[in-house]
Every structure is written in structure tokens, then in C-alpha cells.
Ligand binder design. Structure first.
Ligand code: HEC
Length: 166
């Protein structure tokens, strides 16, 4: 009885086998690339770090939370047609008046030039929005008021994309 021998030169792998091997390789590659992200590795943070004294940073972040609350209030007031009230909130909490009330002048010297510029662009945009909201009371041009509000938010987005404080 002839012993069962394994062939010395195995046949070339069948196309199906090669396809499975390719698939396994592709899956391994995909896993290797995707796993670090799936495990929560943060994407690179390219924003510029602005080092503020701790009390000033806390003060600034509190202002920020109020900015967001103000945007919410303003949107709500526009929705209910309270244009004058929307204008008042925008001017006093985000506009040029807010910059003075929130100690903008005190904080500005600690900020890089670009950040300062975006900050004052935001205050100016909010004051312009307040005018557009008051106009809406007369001409009902909500489109102009919303465009003005978007201009304010564009400054939030621009600054958040470029700077961080921690
Ligand atoms: C001139 C720059 C600048 C502008 C303009 C700006 N922000 Fe910020 N904001 C920052 C920075 C810097 C941080 C801290 C981000 C970080 O360190 O990760 C921040 C943080 C915040 C936070 C988080 C606060 C916390 O407690 O951590 C909120 C909310 C916020 N901003 C809302 C707004 C809104 C809404 C606007 C626009 C109406 C706005 N910001 C405009 C720079 C800005």
C-alpha cells in the first residue's frame, strides 16, 4: 500500500482561494487603519493654544456660555416675532455694549491679534444684527435678520476653528 504523501510542489492556489486571501488582507488593512479611531484616538488638534491666566480663562468661558444662551434666546424671540426684544438681547449680550460690559478691553491684550480681530468682528456683527432685527419690526424682513444672525455665528465658528484656551 503506497503511503499517502503530501505533494512537494503544491498546486497553485485556486482563484477562489486567492480571492479569499485578498479579502482577508483588505479586511486586515481596513481594521488597522480604522481601529485607532474607533478606540477614540482624537484627531490632531491644530488650533492655536492661547494661554490665559486661570481666572481670566474661567471668566472668558463663562462669557462663552452666555454667548450661546444669548443666541438661543435671540432665535426664539425672532421665531415669536419679538424683534425689538431680540435686538436688545443681541446688543446687550453680544454686541458692542457687551464687549464693554464683559471686560473686552481688559482681555484683549492677552489675545493674539487674529483672535482679537474675530472677537471685535463678532461684537460688530451682533450690533448690526440688532439694527436688522429692529428694521424687521417695520418691514417684516426676517431674511435680513437671519442673515445678520448667521454673520454673528460665523464669527463663533471662525474663532473656535482657530484657537483654544486649554
Ligand atoms: C474671538 C474668539 C471667539 C469667539 C468670537 C467666540 N468664541 Fe466661544 N470659545 C472660544 C475659545 C478659544 C473657547 C475655548 C475652546 C477650547 O479651549 O477648546 C470657546 C469656548 C466656547 C464655549 C464652551 C464654554 C465652556 O464652558 O467650555 C461655548 C459654549 C462657546 N465658546 C460659545 C460661543 C458662541 C455661541 C459664540 C458666538 C456667539 C462664541 N463662542 C464666539 C473663542 C471664541
Amino acid at each position: 500500500m503506497a503511503p499517502l504523501m503530501t505533494p512537494r510542489h503544491p498546486r497553485r492556489p485556486s482563484p477562489a482561494r486567492r480571492a479569499r486571501a485578498c479579502l482577508a488582507l483588505a479586511l486586515t488593512l481596513i481594521l488597522a487603519l480604522a481601529l485607532p479611531n474607533a478606540l477614540g484616538a482624537p484627531p490632531a488638534d491644530e488650533r492655536e493654544l492661547v494661554e490665559l491666566p486661570a481666572p481670566m480663562r474661567a471668566h472668558m468661558l463663562a462669557n462663552m456660555r452666555d454667548h450661546l444662551a444669548a443666541i438661543e434666546t435671540v432665535s426664539r424671540l425672532l421665531a415669536t416675532g419679538d424683534y425689538g426684544a431680540a435686538a436688545d438681547v443681541a446688543e446687550s449680550r453680544l454686541g458692542m455694549s457687551a464687549m464693554q460690559a464683559h471686560g473686552g478691553r481688559h482681555m484683549a491684550p492677552h489675545m493674539p491679534e487674529g483672535m482679537r480681530a474675530i472677537g471685535s468682528a463678532m461684537h460688530r456683527a451682533a450690533s448690526r444684527f440688532a439694527v436688522a432685527a429692529r428694521d424687521a419690526e417695520v418691514d417684516d424682513d426676517l431674511g435680513a435678520a437671519f442673515a445678520g444672525l448667521a454673520e454673528v455665528m460665523a464669527q463663533c465658528v471662525a474663532c473656535h476653528g482657530a484657537y483654544r484656551v486649554h
